[in-house]
Write a protein that binds this ligand. Structure first.
Ligand code: DLL
Length: 447
């Protein structure tokens, strides 16, 4: 599909568009949303005060808690009669967050997702197997609307059904997959056990996202399936998937659809806006939305922004792969640790699989970190052979491959995260698989 002209305009042109969108949005929420009007009045801000883009820093942040407190619809700005689709976050604790879309919002979401497919190289001749869950989760329908807009054939299979996923890949000649990376790994594992050679199928591309993942995981998926994989990012509160996307030319950072979603990076502690290139928390202001526009929404996702022209030709600002959520960040003995750092180490080592769980426990006054990692079938066989051989000659201590694997992993993880961890190797298949977003952390510390 042809690119939208906004993907390649100059910075000056983009900023002019963004300023107009911001001014329109601030006036709109001030006029139509009681919650925002009270917030802005409290700070003495009037819509007319936004004279240039930097004035955005006068506007208050919006937090997840605020959306929860105003559940279900008090953050909506359009009248309910204009809302034509609802979604909600999973809300594992307490009430979820509801989101509502007008017809214009769905149009923009489809456009953002069409750019995402086009950026990844997927178009009208592709058959897209959409593995993101349909339902209240925004992944399924968002990816569906975009596939339709680029004219691809979409298979709305949703998550789960691993065997059927594989059957349809074979029978329908699927060329593109949209999925969480962890579930694709699970599909691969199942297919391998069934004797399927994914490289012999028609698969060419995948869009992966919805959960933090590492560059090493991308390499594994690309290698195992013989496809090219692009990262796709988004969150329900802002629109769903399609807030930003990677181009297949570079696969290095995600272009933000910044004519719809204005990005900033802030210091998560002080709230201060950080300069381009600095790492911090992503904040988005929707500048083209009607159902539920948000001012300076704090995503809790950690990233960086880089401006410039990409080798693909796009001028849209790039955000770095999300390294983790500030609320997923573990603080262990004063050190900040993201599970994705541990994942990157695990994926570089042979003999272990990308299925892992980080367990945090409190021993006395100290927090300790344990990483449970599954070994591969081949490793199990080799370890068993080692043990049998060692037992025969009564030298069990020295020969077990398990012992040295544990030691190496513990050493490599400590090298990256800076604190000691205990590594436990566990049998293949023993860590629960997810059919959507993977759960990587088990925090057993007393609350
Ligand atoms: O996960 C929307 C989505 C669906 C994105 C499909 C991409 C693909 P939520 O369920 O509201 O929406 O979760 C949003 O997921 O704040 C991030 O913490 C995380 N996340 C999403 N995409 C990525 C990614 C969807 N590519 C939350 N890398 C976000 C890392 C991601 N984390």
């Amino acid at each position: 599909m042809a690119w939208s002209k906004e993907e390649t305009i100059s910075r000056d042109e983009m900023q002019a568009l963004q300023l107009a969108g911001l001014q329109k949005t601030v006036s709109y929420v001030y006029e139509k949303n009681i919650h925002y009007r009270q917030k802005l009045d409290h700070l003495g801000i009037k819509p007319g005060d936004i004279k240039n883009l930097n004035d955005i820093s006068f506007l208050p942040f919006t937090t997840k808690q605020e959306l929860r407190d105003n559940y279900p619809f008090k953050m909506f700005t359009a009248p309910l009669v204009d809302i034509i689709e609802y979604h909600a976050t999973s809300g594992t604790t307490g009430k979820p967050i509801a989101v509502g879309y007008t017809r214009e919002d769905l149009d923009i979401w489809s456009e953002a997702m069409a750019r995402t497919y086009t950026g990844a190289g997927i178009g009208s001749t592709d058959v897209v197997q959409n593995i993101f869950g349909y339902g209240l989760f925004t992944g399924g329908l968002g990816a569906h609307y975009g596939a339709i807009r680029v004219g691809a054939g979409v298979i709305p299979i949703s998550g789960g059904n691993t065997h059927k996923q594989i059957m349809l890949m074979e029978d329908f000649g699927t060329t593109a997959l949209t999925s969480t990376p962890s579930f694709l790994m699970h599909i691969f594992e199942t297919g391998e056990q069934m004797g399927v050679d994914f490289k012999k199928l028609n698969l060419k591309w995948a869009l992966c996202g919805a959960e933090p993942w590492s560059e090493s995981m991308r390499h594994s998926i690309q290698h195992l399936f013989g496809i090219k994989v692009c990262d796709i990012y988004g969150l329900s509160e802002i629109t769903g998937p399609g807030v930003s996307f990677e181009c297949h030319e570079e696969q290095n950072g995600l272009h933000v659809n910044e004519d719809f979603f204005y990005p900033e990076i802030i210091d998560p502690v002080t709230g201060e806006v950080l300069p381009a290139g600095a790492e911090g928390e992503l904040v988005f202001t929707t500048i083209n939305k009607y159902g539920q526009p948000l001012l300076r929404y704090r995503t809790r996702d950690i990233s960086r922004l880089t401006y410039g022209v990409c080798s693909c030709g796009r001028t849209l600002v790039k955000m770095a792969r999300v390294s983790g959520r500030s609320d997923d960040m573990l603080i262990i003995r004063g050190v900040n640790v993201f599970p994705s750092q541990i994942e990157a180490v695990i994926l570089k080592r042979e003999g272990v699989s990308p299925h892992y769980m980080v367990v945090i426990e409190r021993k006395g006054v100290m927090d300790s970190l344990r990483v449970k990692v599954e070994v591969t079938e081949e490793f199990m066989l080799k370890a068993a052979a080692d043990v049998l051989k060692g037992a025969e000659y009564d030298i069990l201590e020295d020969v077990t491959a398990v012992r040295s694997k544990v030691k190496n992993l513990q050493h490599d993880i400590k090298d990256i995260i800076g604190i000691s961890v205990e590594v436990h190797l566990v049998p293949p298949g023993s860590i629960p698989r997810s059919e959507g977003k993977a759960k990587r952390i088990e925090d057993r510390r007393p609350k």
